[in-house]
Design a protein around this ligand. Structure first.
Ligand code: ADP
Length: 257
């Protein structure tokens, strides 16, 4: 009977092993198809601006173009080239993050100073749309973060708030602190995000309604990059939104090392 039980144990072990291998190979398949899907999206995203650039460059060869046409076509070419450059920059940044080649240089940072400098930087573009920005920050709030990366995250979120808000609306930034953490919430009164899309907005190249964000120049990489940066600080990033009411993006970061 000793023999039999050993035998059964071995069979159990083999069964477990076979199960693990099946699970692993399913997981590999899933990763492969995810990667293929991502590569497909990337080539689509890269192709679109190239198509515009080629098309308008060709049109500009036609005789008897008015000065106005030339100015407007060359503007389109410049904008599309800028989109392309931005897309490549962002893809490269994500690739570095995936390889853990992403450098974060932390120091003790006065968070309100970062918020005010971000405010100063974005104010001109906000005023083009007559958007009013309020920053509420408790004096003396400090955290051990990379100030440039934090600035990048905030500019990203604020640029979304601007893009998807209508003229004359409000954006409010609220910074708060607890014993170990600080929270920065960026609230807008923009068009909001449909419930069904909300779980996916942190996925790479995901966009709500391709056309709306194509029109506003988005690439669908802003939020994923911001989230990676926040997570590499040991923090969390969440988004709440109601269609037609507005969106709040919240980042939570540990204050200490
Ligand atoms: P994009 O570069 O297209 O803005 P993001 O990754 O920054 O890409 O955002 C993903 C999608 O989430 C956007 O395409 C947009 O539809 C939606 N979104 C993000 N922020 C907001 C916001 N503040 N208000 C409304 N929609 C937003």
């Amino acid at each position: 009977s000793h023999h039999v039980s050993l035998h059964t144990n071995r069979n159990d072990e083999l069964g477990d092993l076979a199960n693990s291998i099946t699970k692993l190979s399913n997981e590999l398949e899933r990763m492969k198809s995810e990667r293929n899907e991502f590569l497909g999206s990337i080539s689509h995203e890269l192709r679109t601006p190239v198509t515009y650039i080629k098309g308008y460059a060709e049109i500009m060869n036609r005789p008897q173009l008015s000065r106005e046409d030339i100015v407007s076509f060359s503007k389109i070419i410049q904008e599309e080239a800028e989109k392309l450059a931005e897309l490549i920059r962002n893809l490269f940044e994500l690739a570095k993050m995936d390889q853990h080649n992403f450098v974060i240089v932390r120091e003790n940072v006065k968070i309100c100073d970062v918020l005010y400098s971000v405010e100063k930087r974005i104010r001109p573009v906000l005023s083009e749309k007559n958007i009013h920005l309020t920053v509420n920050c408790p004096d003396g709030l400090e955290a051990y973060v990379d100030p440039n990366r934090l600035q990048q995250v905030l500019l990203n979120i604020l640029d979304n708030a601007r893009k998807y808000s209508s003229k004359g609306s409000q954006i409010i930034i609220d910074a708060l602190e607890t014993d170990d953490y600080m929270t920065i919430a960026i609230q807008d009164e923009g068009e909001g995000i449909p419930k069904d899309d909300l779980p996916y907005v942190f996925e790479r190249l995901y966009r709500v309604e391709k056309s709306r964000s194509r029109h506003s120049g988005g690439s669908g990489l802003g939020l994923p990059i911001a989230k990676e940066i926040v997570m590499s600080h040991g923090g969390k990033m969440t988004i709440d939104s109601e269609l037609g009411v507005g969106t709040t993006v919240t980042i939570i970061l540990p204050k200490g090392e």
